[in-house]
Design a binder for this molecule. Structure first.
Ligand SMILES: [Zn+2]
Length: 447
């Protein structure tokens, strides 16, 4: 088994012809393995939802009814996630194991040969656009029943859902149109980059995908989010003044403060910042509602966010992301022309989009490991942003704000350590309270 894995990994990224490399089996094997690990973690977390006692750190703040409700909500979400994971992975693996994707590609290219819709574009590119549209709509159709159940049954049951049927349909239509408006030009651009770049494929591929993702991150808040939500300047004069003062104190380049009607869809609450040089702050209306007459809690949350800004966490994540995509682009350059990869999955043509699709499948195990590392880094960043807010004297208010947020969202009271390590980009509530209180004690000792 080990020697098989060793010879396999050696041949995986070689550009030489290697008939015996079982790429498809490798993908099926690892996908089943990852699914099994994730189901095991779900099952571990499930047992935590059966615990009857409130965790020590939360005993004072949490009423027994709220605790029981959070445990029930968590368990229901857990069942939903296990069932949907099983079905969706099953469908995904079946598509590969039955060679349905190469068959679909052949159908699409026959249709293009017959009808050639846009004559100015090469046939492979036209097939790529048709094939991607069918895959995109197909995956939307498969996830639709899960999304309906989650919104209108599960979230509804616990009073979180505020979405109407009409709004739900409107969101799907808007989302699909935006995907088309952004997706088609991006695909066309990408296809020409891959077609024309020759031996330096990895470099041009990297430059193109990196600039595209930076561009999308920049246009998302000002251009796309307003299509879904209304943004209004913060009306509360007192709070606005306090936020401006906080920004001045830390030298934060505050632009505008908006309130977003997040409550239109859900009563889960949040706050975020956007912009490169001048920063806008967006507060969910539900966050303001939940912390009415407790401005200091909202300021504590913003002090934490400003900590992220001060310590350049977004830029650091961006650099890590660019390095990651550089490594991926280089690996893709190595494997893009490997005939045996295409053959192993049942494709008899070598189209760019197929190469990318198969490459992303081969990366699944690596992605799981990388997301573990990214979660670890993100958790470090969260702790240091908390410490930043604490150093400004917001520690008790941040604890209050985090606890309120946690209770209002009925978040997990007893997180399983392994589940949390794998899935969470933020430390758990009790871990954060621990760290904030520990720091408090140390500050007192030092005073
Ligand atoms: Zn944070």
């Amino acid at each position: 088994m080990l020697s098989w894995l060793r010879s396999f990994s050696a041949s995986l990224f070689s550009s030489e012809e290697n008939e015996s490399t079982p790429y498809l089996h490798y993908v099926l094997f690892f996908q089943a393995g990852i699914s099994a690990v994730e189901l095991y973690l779900d099952w571990r977390q499930r047992k935590c939802y059966e615990l009857k006692h409130i965790p020590k750190e939360l005993e004072k703040q949490v009423k027994p009814e709220k605790f029981q409700q959070a445990q029930k909500y968590g368990k229901d979400k857990n069942t939903f996630s296990m069932v949907s994971e099983l079905i969706q992975t099953g469908v995904h693996m079946t598509l590969f194991a039955t060679y349905s994707l190469p068959r679909l590609w052949n159908y699409c290219s026959q249709i293009i040969e017959k009808y050639s819709f846009v004559n100015i574009l090469p046939a492979e590119l036209q097939t790529t656009l048709l094939y991607s549209s069918v895959l995109f709509l197909g995956s939307k159709l498969i996830s639709l029943p899960f999304s309906i159940y989650n919104t209108f049954v599960l979230e509804q049951k616990y009073g979180f859902n505020k979405t109407t049927g009409k709004l739900f349909v409107r969101d799907i239509v808007t989302g699909t149109l935006i995907s088309a408006v952004i997706g088609y030009p991006s695909l066309i651009g990408l296809w020409y980059v891959l077609e024309l770049s020759g031996p330096k494929l990895w470099l041009y591929f990297w430059l193109f995908t990196s600039s595209l993702s930076i561009l999308l991150a920049l246009i998302y808040p000002p251009l796309i989010m307003p299509l879904f939500n209304k943004f209004q300047p913060l009306q509360d004069e007192k709070l606005r003044h306090e936020i401006e003062e906080l920004a001045m104190q830390v030298g934060f380049p505050l632009n505008k403060i908006y309130v977003m009607d997040g409550s239109k869809r859900t009563s889960h609450s949040n706050a975020f910042m956007y912009g490169i040089w001048k920063k806008g702050i967006v507060l969910y209306d539900s966050l303001l509602e939940q912390n009415k007459d407790h401005n200091e809690r909202i300021l504590a949350v913003l002090a934490h966010e400003m900590g992220h800004w001060k310590m350049r966490h977004t830029q650091k994540m961006l650099v890590i992301g660019l390095l990651h995509s550089l490594v991926l682009s280089w690996s893709y350059g190595k494997i893009a022309n490997n005939d045996s990869m295409y053959r192993s999955f049942g494709f008899d043509t070598k189209a760019h989009i197929i190469g990318l699709l198969l490459f992303s499948e081969l990366l699944t195990p690596l992605d799981s490991v990388l997301s573990l590392i990214m979660n670890f880094i993100s958790r470090r960043f969260e702790y240091s942003a908390d410490e930043y807010a604490k150093n400004m004297g917001y520690s008790p208010f941040l604890i209050e704000a985090l606890t309120t947020l946690h209770l209002e969202n009925l978040s997990t009271m007893h997180p399983d350590p392994l589940y949390s390590l794998y899935h969470n980009s933020h430390p758990t509530l009790t871990e954060r309270i621990h760290a904030l209180e520990k720091n408090n004690l140390e500050t007192k000792k030092n005073q």
